[in-house]
Design a protein around this ligand. Sequence first.
Ligand code: SF4
Length: 324
Amino acid sequence: MIETIQTVSQRVLGGGKITMDEASKFIEMDNWPDVLHLASEATRIREKFTGKQVDLCALVNAKAGNCAENCGYCSQSAHFNTEISSYPLMNPDQIVERARQAKEFGATRFCIVTAQRGLSDNDLPTLCEAVRRVKAEVGLEPECSLGFVTDHQLEQLKAAGMTRYNHNLETAETNFPNICTTHSYQDRLATLRQLRKHGLEICSGGILGLGESRQERLALAFELSELDVECAPINVLNPRPGTPLAENTPPDPMEVIKTIAVFRFILPKAKLELGGGREVNLRDFQSMAFLAGANSLIIGGYLTTNGRQPAHDTQLLKDLGFTV
Ligand code: SF4
């Protein structure tokens, strides 16, 4: 296996691609020595194509809960009894204040997220003002994650200063109907193509632990590669009480580390962003994710759950030799 890993690594380092067959062999590995070797080569690939620079992205949940969609992992869906607090769209001052706090604890990017199927025109002026002010007054790079959007809305957000939009595919197409029935994988894919049409950077990834097989994880990674995404968030399910996936068992640390490494082989130039669920699922292995190809991090907490102290994350990245 070690020879195969090195052969494929040399090809990827030289600008070539890993095949589905090779990635299938890698994703089926089940022992730490092979996974560590894979991680080591993934790190070489990351260093060659993206260097030591890491992105730190903070989120604000600008409109929470009561979402009409039924994504089975999500505590913000109105379909499930999750006892989460809902609130309407924050005003621009509130969003900008959160961006200021994020900048203080070290974030370089700031993503405005709303829990909804899609963006309404009523909310558009507020969000455009927030985007403009996050960039101009705070100096963070603003991103948005607002669900389905129209061309007109994207034009307005782009004019306000948004350069990247998040819209996760979440899982492979074959697994998608098992986690959501109120919209389809193809709906999400269409949004990603729409982003490209508008010249926006794409942030799209998924969640490990949604009942998908290892091969379905690969299918997601190759789809993201086809889309040439700039950033691929990799979240790990943190089962939320009251959701249909509350009893799912998330993958263990070795599985997550290996998956990140395989994603790096498939997406050599992308930002691989370690996201929600990392603290509870990776535990003491969080640093390993960055020795397996990750080079971006969500800090300062998530949409409905807390993260660890940002200072712990910035120290970790410093110790690993990354620059922010
Ligand atoms: S993931 Fe987004 S679209 Fe799905 S239920 Fe949660 S807030 Fe709604």
